[in-house]
Design a protein. Structure first.
Length: 247
């Protein structure tokens, strides 16, 4: 299933590459946004949990001004799922609401396992404002059973997500193979693009082989990684091109 956002087609062809903005201050965010404009990735994710302020209007405007027409994902990752700082449920809602209503973001990332009432209200609010939703789930300790991974991707679609994202931590190659297997299985039946990855060094191949197994998006880095196992943007692009050209 293909999703077209600012003329970026997510879910067909090569996995699209997303680069993160992880600045702690306005100055760092501005510098990174300028650098990202130079790199021209397919998408950019602002990890707002790295930013040490809950007033997000100004950095959002700065980011959009520099990115021009590059699709932007707004993400406040909670500590429970690997984020940099914790906020109350009310603040999580308020931050995402600000982003949705800003008129400059294309996606918000909403955690699948967040408080259900807040999660569902944000999905509804996003739809009302023509903002796409990436429904995400991260486990930094283990790889879930195959059935559970499938169920979480299915639930993300069921509750109205535009994209379903699952990230796990493999302990051995069997875990990695299980993730790749369920990705391949879900690409046959999912009505929305899916994004999966095994984190850490062991999971590297999952970030590169999305075109083979069915993951529509991969995350790379040009500065500070936003998750374990992210590698350099140029290296990722080289491998994605290599795989694409030999398919």
């Amino acid at each position: 299933m293909m999703l077209n956002v600012r003329n970026v087609q997510i879910g067909v062809g090569q996995p699209k590459v997303c680069l993160p903005i992880t600045g702690h201050t306005i100055e760092e965010i501005t510098d990174q946004a300028m650098e990202l404009h130079h790199h021209q990735p397919d998408l950019v994710e602002w990890r707002a949990d790295f930013y040490q302020d809950n007033q997000i209007g100004r950095p959002l405007k700065i980011i959009r001004d520099h990115l021009k027409n590059i699709p932007l994902i707004f993400t406040f990752r909670t500590q429970q799922e690997g984020g940099e700082r914790e906020v109350s449920s009310d603040t999580y809602y308020a931050l995402n609401k600000q982003a949705i209503e800003s008129g400059v973001v294309d996606f918000i990332d909403i955690e699948l396992l967040f408080v259900e009432s807040i999660r569902d209200n944000l999905i509804l609010l996003a739809k009302q404002n023509q903002v796409h939703t990436m429904i995400s789930n991260h486990d930094f300790n283990k790889t879930l059973a195959k059935e559970e991974m499938i169920n979480r991707l299915k639930e993300a679609e069921l509750i109205g997500g535009s994209i379903a994202k699952l990230a796990v931590m493999p302990q051995d190659t069997d875990d990695l193979l299980n993730l790749l297997s369920i990705t391949n299985q879900m690409k046959q039946v999912s009505k929305i693009p899916i994004v999966t990855m095994a984190m850490g060094n062991l999971g590297l191949i999952s970030r590169l082989a999305g075109e083979v197994f069915g993951s529509a998006l991969t995350f790379a880095t040009f500065d500070k990684p936003s998750a374990p196992g992210q590698i350099d943007y140029n290296q990722v692009k080289y491998v994605l091109d290599l795989i694409h050209n030999y398919r």
